[in-house]
Design a binder for this molecule. Structure first.
Ligand code: CO8
Length: 260
């Protein structure tokens, strides 16, 4: 599949997906959402060889400055809700992707951009990154999961303040509040994200996929996360990878996992 607004590069089994609309600060228009859906729903799941995915934004200003505001004109209650639901579904594909997905936040991550970063498993931010949910400035609320995921990261009080004021938060505050995992010098985001994926790639791939599923279960009201942990622990402990992990420990060597 060829993409109009996503730039795909691959380095040592790591896919780097760059949202490439710098003239609009990488705002997520319909076309880009469709491409993210195609990528995370159809193309990336078929890449067994891939270790992980890094999402970033083109240019030196923005990760993603939000949904494309120019496409809001003419939306009504029904089409707006449909657009919100579709965006949430695309971001669930990212959150549930069985391999690490890291947001390398290189600038503004606002509205849908902050929501996109929060749907990723891990966030690495450059010192100049800025996070916010400024939708109220437009008379709307976040629609791609922001009201739900921001609470998960920074707690209800601060999430409410950020969403109700529309204020931006710098990288260092985002780090202190637990929204980002690492803050690095400008230009170092991809290297740090790659380093994290390389480390995760040395672990058992089935275990990593089950960690993602089980941690996500905590936030899923339809599931009992503890019960899910019991089930997935059982599913991982019987694998060839688990045998290899224990043998390698006993034999004092590095484990070599096959994902079996
Ligand atoms: N959508 C469309 N175009 C955008 C967006 C955006 N979100 N953000 C920036 N742009 C465009 C600007 O229009 C401008 O284009 P042009 O040169 O043609 O006028 C270009 O990018 C550069 O932007 P600025 O000149 O504004 O750059 P500044 O450095 O002066 O300002 C800011 C940078 C502060 C980031 C500013 O651009 C800004 O405030 N952008 C909007 C941020 C925002 O409000 N984001 C939230 C959008 S709403 C949202 O994300 C809701 C998600 C849920 C949707 C649910 C389904 C409907």
């Amino acid at each position: 599949m060829t993409y109009e607004n996503l730039l795909l590069t691959e380095e040592d089994g790591i896919l780097i997906v760059t949202i490439n609309r710098p003239q609009a600060l990488n705002a997520l228009n319909n076309q880009t959402m469709g491409e993210l859906q195609q990528f995370f729903g159809e193309d990336a799941p078929n890449r067994a060889d891939v270790k992980g995915i890094i999402l970033t934004g083109a240019g030196d200003k923005a990760f993603v400055a939000g949904a494309d505001i120019k496409e809001f004109m003419g939306l009504d209650a029904e089409t707006g809700a449909m657009m919100s639901k579709r965006g949430q579904d695309v971001f669930f594909l990212i959150e549930r992707f069985p391999k690490p997905v890291i947001a390398a936040v290189n600038g503004f991550a606002l509205g849908g951009g902050c929501e996109l970063a929060m749907a990723c498993h891990i966030r690495v931010a450059s010192e100049k990154a800025k996070f916010g949910q400024p939708e109220v400035n437009l008379g709307i609320i976040p629609g791609y999961g922001g009201t739900q995921r921001l609470i998960q990261h920074i707690g209800k009080g601060k999430a409410l303040e950020l969403i109700m004021t529309g204020d931006m938060m710098g990288a260092s505050e985002a780090y202190q509040r637990g929204l980002v995992n690492h803050v690095v010098q400008e230009g170092e985001e991809l290297a740090k994200a790659r380093e994290i994926i390389e480390k995760i790639a040395t672990k058992g791939p089935i275990a990593i996929a089950k960690v993602i599923e089980t941690v996500n279960a905590y936030f899923d009201k339809q599931q009992d996360g503890f019960a899910r942990e019991v089930q997935e622990f059982g599913n991982t402990v019987g694998t060839e990878d688990a045998k290899e992990g224990a043998s390698a420990f006993v034999e004092k060597r590095k484990a070599s996992f096959k994902g079996e």
